[in-house]
Design a protein around this ligand. Structure first.
Ligand code: PHE
Length: 511
C-alpha cells in the first residue's frame, strides 16, 4: 500500500531518517527552517500513519538576569573592587574609602567585599582603629564561578540537563547570589516508529495541493485526498476597482466636519453673482484692478443681475462715495449702479458671506452667527501646475460682539490644528474689505516650509455698516484656496491632477 503524505511531512520523514534516533522538535524546525506550528501538524500526520511518535520531556532553562548580564560584562563585584585596588596600586584601604572609589551601590559593594575575602584575595582588620582591608594575595586568576559565567556569553539560555555536576554547583552559587532565572519548559522529542524506519521514501506519494475545495469534493469526501495550500496572509489582496469617493470630495467632507464640530453652519451662494455682491458690497472701488476683464469672467447671458432692496443699494453707494454711515470718507467718486448690476462668475466666496450678512440684516438676527462655505470660484487666470481658472475656496465669517483679531487667530489655529497643521503664523496683509488684514501661513512638516494658506481679517465698517452691523458687533472673515491644501494632502505636485484624475493615482486612494 502506498501512503500519501503532505509535502512538508515527507520532508520531515526524510530528515528523521538521516538524523539520530531522537530529535528535539524545535531543533528539527530550525534545521528545516519551517514554522514550529507547521512542524507539529506534520508530526501529527506521521503519528496518524504510525510512522512517527514523540516523547515529552521537562527541561529547565537557565539564563542570567539583568544583574547577572551586567556582571558578565563588567565583572563580578569582587573583581570590580579588586580592579580598583590593582589599578591604583593600593595594598590597604579603609572600607569607606574603597566604597567611595568603587562607586558601587552599598549592598553590591558588601557582596563584593565578602567575596574578596572568600576568594582569599583580601583580609579585613580593625587593628588600627579603622575598618580596613589588606591585599593578601598576588595571584588573582579567574575563579571557577567567573569561568562558568562565561558560558552565558554565547547564548543566554543554557539547558540545565546539559550541565555537569560541577557546573550545576556553580548554578547553585549564582542562584544564591540571585543572578539567574530559571524557566521550565516541556519539549517534544520526535522519533520514527519501526514502520517509519522501514518505509521507503519511494513508496510515499505526495498529496496533491489545491487551493480551493469544491462542493463536489465536500459531498464525496474526496477533499481528504488533497493537501490544502496555505495562504500567505502577507500578500496584498487583489486590487478592488470599485467606485469610491473622489479625494477632493473626501477632503471637503473632512473640512465640513471640522467646521461643523466647531459650531459653524454651512452656507452656499450662487456661482453667477452680481458685481454688487462680488465687489461693491465689499467696498472694492469700481475701478479696482481686480474687477478688470483679465481677472473676472463677466457674463453676457444673463447680462445684468437683480440688486437687493433700494435702500441697501443706496447705503453701499454712499459708502463708496462719501463713507455713508461708516464714519469713513469713502472713495470719493460717482458710484455707477450699472457697473454693480453686471453679472460675473464669482471670483471669491466672500460674495457668499456678504450675502449672509445681508440676510442677517433682513432677518434682524441676533449674534453670534458662525457660518462657512466650501465652494467653487472662477478667475480668468493662466492655468499651470499651481494655478487653476476654476477652484475651490474655504471661507467663513463670525458675526459677534467684541470679537478681536485674537479670536480670529484662535479660530484659524483651531481649524488648521484639526487639519493636521500644528503651527500657523499670520502676517499683515491687504484686502479692500478688511482692516486689519492678515495672511495666514501654516507650517508644513513634510516640506519644512511655511506655506501661504489664505487671507483673513475683520470686515471694515464700510462693509458692515450698510447692513446695520455696527461697533461693538464685528465680523471676522477668512478665505483660502482648497486645491493648495489638496496638493499637500495628496502629495501631488501638479494642481491640475486633482481634476484631470490620473487613474493610477485614484486607484491608490483608500475607500
Ligand atoms: N477673498 C479673499 C481671496 O479670495 C480671501 C479673504 C476672505 C480675505 C475674507 C479676507 C477676508 O483671496
Amino acid at each position: 500500500m502506498t501512503v500519501k503524505l503532505k509535502k512538508q511531512t515527507i520532508e520531515i520523514l526524510k530528515q528523521l531518517k538521516k538524523s539520530p534516533a531522537k530529535v528535539l522538535e524545535k531543533d528539527l524546525a530550525k534545521e528545516l527552517k519551517i514554522d514550529y506550528i507547521v512542524l507539529m501538524s506534520a508530526v501529527n500526520e506521521l503519528i496518524e500513519y504510525d510512522l512517527g511518535a514523540f516523547d515529552e520531556e521537562e527541561i529547565y532553562q537557565i539564563s542570567l538576569n539583568d544583574e547577572g548580564l551586567a556582571y558578565l560584562k563588567k565583572g563580578l563585584p569582587e573583581r570590580q573592587l579588586l580592579n580598583v585596588l590593582l589599578e591604583n596600586n593600593i595594598k590597604e584601604i579603609s572600607i569607606d574609602d574603597l566604597s567611595k572609589r568603587s562607586k558601587l551601590k552599598r549592598n553590591i559593594f558588601y557582596v563584593g567585599i565578602s567575596n574578596l575575602k572568600k576568594n582569599r584575595w583580601v583580609a579585613q582588620s580593625n587593628a588600627s582603629g579603622e575598618n580596613k582591608i589588606f591585599l593578601i594575595s598576588e595571584e588573582f586568576s579567574e575563579t571557577e564561578t567567573e569561568q562558568f559565567l562565561q558560558k552565558f556569553e554565547k547564548d543566554n539560555i543554557i539547558d540545565y540537563s546539559s550541565l555537569s555536576n560541577d557546573e550545576r554547583y556553580q548554578i547553585d552559587l549564582l542562584n544564591k547570589r540571585k543572578l539567574i532565572e530559571r524557566k521550565r519548559q516541556t519539549q517534544r522529542i520526535v522519533y520514527l516508529t519501526e514502520k517509519g524506519k522501514k518505509i521507503a521514501i519511494s513508496k510515499i506519494k505526495q498529496l496533491e495541493q489545491i487551493s480551493k475545495i469544491t462542493p463536489e469534493m465536500l459531498s464525496s469526501g474526496t477533499w481528504k485526498n488533497y493537501e490544502l495550500k496555505s495562504f500567505d496572509v502577507s500578500k496584498p489582496g487583489p486590487l478592488l476597482k470599485a467606485g469610491k469617493l473622489h479625494p477632493m470630495i473626501k477632503l471637503i467632507n473632512e473640512i465640513r466636519e471640522i467646521f461643523l464640530s466647531m459650531g459653524f453652519t454651512e452656507i452656499r451662494g450662487p456661482i453667477i453673482e452680481s458685481a454688487f455682491y462680488n465687489f461693491d458690497a465689499l467696498y472694492q472701488p469700481q475701478d479696482h484692478p481686480a474687477r478688470e476683464m483679465q481677472d473676472t469672467f463677466y457674463l453676457n447671458n444673463p447680462k445684468t443681475a437683480k440688486l437687493p432692496e433700494k435702500d441697501r443699494v443706496q447705503a453701499v453707494k454712499e459708502t463708496h462715495e462719501n463713507g455713508g454711515a461708516s464714519g469713513s470718507h469713502g472713495w470719493g467718486y460717482d458710484w455707477d449702479i450699472n457697473i454693480a448690476k453686471k453679472t460675473v462668475l464669482r471670483t471669491h466666496t466672500t460674495a457668499t458671506t456678504i450675502r449672509r450678512i445681508a440676510d442677517f440684516y433682513r432677518n434682524n438676527e441676533k449674534v453670534p452667527v458662525k457660518v462657512f462655505s466650501i465652494d467653487r470660484v472662477f478667475r480668468n487666470e493662466r492655468v499651470d501646475r499651481s494655478h487653476l481658472a476654476e477652484f475651490t475656496q474655504v471661507e467663513g465669517i463670525v458675526i459677534d460682539d467684541n470679537v478681536t483679531l485674537g479670536d480670529l487667530i484662535g479660530l484659524l489655529s483651531e481649524f488648521y490644528r484639526k487639519m493636521g497643521f500644528e503651527k500657523i503664523i499670520t502676517r499683515p496683509g491687504f484686502f479692500p474689505y478688511t482692516e486689519p488684514s492678515m495672511e495666514v501661513f501654516a507650517y508644513f512638516d513634510k516640506l519644512g516650509e511655511w506655506l501661504e494658506m489664505g487671507g483673513s481679517g475683520i470686515f471694515r465698517p464700510e462693509v458692515t455698516y450698510p447692513w446695520g452691523i455696527k461697533e461693538p458687533t464685528r465680523v471676522l472673515a477668512w478665505g483660502q484656496g482648497l486645491e493648495r491644501i489638496a496638493m499637500l494632502y495628496y502629495d501631488r505636485d501638479d494642481m491640475r491632477d486633482i481634476y484631470i484624475n490620473p487613474i493610477k493615482w485614484l486607484r491608490r486612494q483608500s475607500y
